[in-house]
Design a protein around this ligand. Structure first.
Ligand code: CP
Ligand code: NVA
Length: 304
């Protein structure tokens, strides 16, 4: 039984394989049409979504399976019944659970179902996003991703932490710049250092100290479900905005954002709509990496 709760669940070799498979699926849209034939996949979402929901629903159908979207307001995990009981019931009719949850622990509770659980975003990780981001970087720098200077600027939570695991696994150069007290979690860093002691990730708070970046990546300053005051947050994060001046100073050739964006807060219109913006390429790639993940978990891994 294999789950994808974070990119720590995949080896570096598996990540490379999923990216190769995703690239193949992108180039050959009619391939793997019966990979998940007769299967049903539950999609339990506690938070809103556009990209993740649509790309999973379309991808599951393209693999010959049936997606079942379950709004958490209807299912009410932990209120109407326990997360474990929901999971055990879902396993009576479905073959896997794609879940977007507030707390990472909820994903562990869903494992009570004994069917694969895939993280569609939690407070700590967004592994499918990171795989799409890695595929995007690979496509834009096909000769060697390892020479690309990647900069993440913003809050060091789910999207950032998953990017860090992906970068560590693939031996990529990544600099992470977050305001004080908004960096990656200590427990996460301990796990990253233990799993990938040789990683090439640097963490800091001073964006002015960064001299160059090929790729600049940012995310919202206020994540879904975060109740922090936004006016105060904007003051703290203002020096970390991705704008034309930063792009020019660092000589960046790609700008990335997982979306949804608060335009002209963490990223300016000018940059997001510029010729170096990869945001729609990232969004499109969500479809292919998720199909590759599903095929890997349900077909390759279960038969290995
Ligand atoms: N990037 C991303 O996960 O988008 P959604 O929240 O719309 O799914
Ligand atoms: N950090 C953001 C990512 C959205 C895809 C959030 O959790 O809301």
């Amino acid at each position: 039984m294999m789950h994808l709760l974070s990119l720590f669940d995949l080896s570096a070799e598996q990540i490379r394989h999923v990216l190769t498979l995703a690239g193949y699926m992108k180039a050959h849209p009619a391939s793997f049409q019966t990979s998940l034939k007769t299967k049903s996949i539950a999609m339990l979402f506690e938070k809103p979504s556009l990209r993740t929901r649509v790309s999973f629903e379309v991808g599951i159908q393209q693999l010959g399976a049936q997606p079942l979207y379950l709004d958490a307001q209807m299912v009410q995990p932990g209120q109407r019944e326990s997360v474990e009981d929901i999971a055990r019931n879902l396993a009576c009719w479905t073959h896997g659970i794609v879940a977007r949850v507030f707390k990472h622990e909820t994903l562990h509770a869903l494992k009570a179902a004994n069917i694969p659980v895939i993280n569609a975003l939690c407070d700590q990780h967004h592994p499918c996003q990171s795989l799409a981001d890695l595929l995007t970087i690979q496509e834009r720098y096909p000769i060697d991703m390892k020479v690309v200077d990647i900069l993440y600027v913003g809050e060091g939570n789910n999207v950032c932490q998953s990017l860090m695991v992906g970068a560590a696994a693939l031996d990529l150069k990544l600099t992470v710049i977050c305001p004080h007290d908004f960096g990656p979690q200590q427990a996460f860093l301990a796990e990253l250092n233990q799993r990938y002691p040789q990683h090439k990730i640097q963490i800091g708070t001073d964006l002015t100290a960064v001299e160059h970046a090929d790729v600049i990546y940012t995310d919202t300053w206020l994540s879904m479900g975060d109740t922090r005051d936004y006016a105060q947050t904007k003051k703290i994060f203002a020096p970390y905005q991705v704008n034309q001046a930063l792009v020019k100073r660092l000589q960046a050739t790609t700008v990335m954002h997982c979306l949804p964006a608060h335009r002209n807060d963490e990223i300016t219109d000018e940059v997001m709509d510029s010729s170096i913006s990869a945001v729609l390429q990232q969004a499109e790639n969500r479809l292919y990496v998720q199909k590759a993940v599903l095929h890997h978990l349900f077909e390759e891994f279960s038969h290995s």
